[in-house]
Design a protein around this ligand. Structure first.
Ligand code: GDP
Length: 199
């Protein structure tokens, strides 16, 4: 049942690096301004991360320990419309090094602005997950910006592009639409016994 397993008791900021066995983790990726901070705060029901007023600013990986059980990993946003090759390489190295080392990654949420569709780096992130056997999911943000018909078409279109193994969740952080479905999925991913690849 939607929302029944989701209760955030505690959120603690942690250093990004791990000591010992990594906890189950959900990573959140997306281009700058996609609505990542807003979504994290809406999902957790508190202002856990600052919404960015300086887009494009270089940021590091941020890690939030949720309920002393699992980590929400906020990956740096990947620049603006025109990402030059240097930025792209730095971003890719930072993110893939971090994610490759993790070992207990349950899903990478790839946030995509519903009005923009998939970008090159979104596709790269999804492909990286497929290559590494890590589950990926596309989160269509700012779903409130589209009318119902257009939203359904976009969901179908993006779903067709990413394939059956990558679930697509439309959400609106401002209207709180679609959050419970995503919360339920996350609750399942972080509590399942061991990561089972979606292959
Ligand atoms: P970030 O850079 O990816 O962390 O994005 P932010 O969370 O800071 O949001 C970027 C901009 O998009 C801000 O102006 C937000 O108010 C707006 N925004 C974020 N989520 C939504 C949403 O669900 N609906 C609408 N309409 N705007 C949103």
């Amino acid at each position: 049942m939607a929302g029944t397993r989701w209760k955030i008791v505690s959120v603690r900021k942690m250093p990004p690096e791990y000591r010992g066995t990594p906890r189950p983790a959900i990573a959140v990726a997306g281009r700058s301004n996609v609505g990542k901070s807003s979504l994290i705060n809406a999902l957790l029901g508190r202002k856990a991360v600052a919404t960015s007023k300086q887009p494009g600013r270089t940021r590091n990986v941020q890690r939030l320990l949720i309920n002393d059980h699992w980590d929400l990993v906020d990956l740096p946003g990947y620049g603006f419309a025109k990402v030059d090759e240097g930025v792209r390489v730095r971003w890719r190295d930072l993110v893939t090094d971090f994610l490759s080392d993790h070992g207990n990654l349950r899903c990478v949420l790839v946030l995509v602005d519903v009005r923009r569709g998939l970008g090159d780096l979104d596709r790269e992130m999804i492909q990286w997950c497929a290559d590494e056997g890590v589950r990926a999911s596309v989160i269509l943000t700012k779903a409130d910006k589209l009318g119902r018909g257009q939203l359904s078409r976009t969901i179908r279109e993006v779903g067709g592009q990413v394939g059956d193994k990558v679930p697509v969740f439309p959400v609106s952080a401002t209207k709180h639409d679609g959050l419970e479905f995503l919360q339920d999925a996350i609750a399942e991913w972080v509590t399942e016994d061991a990561f089972r690849s979606a292959t």
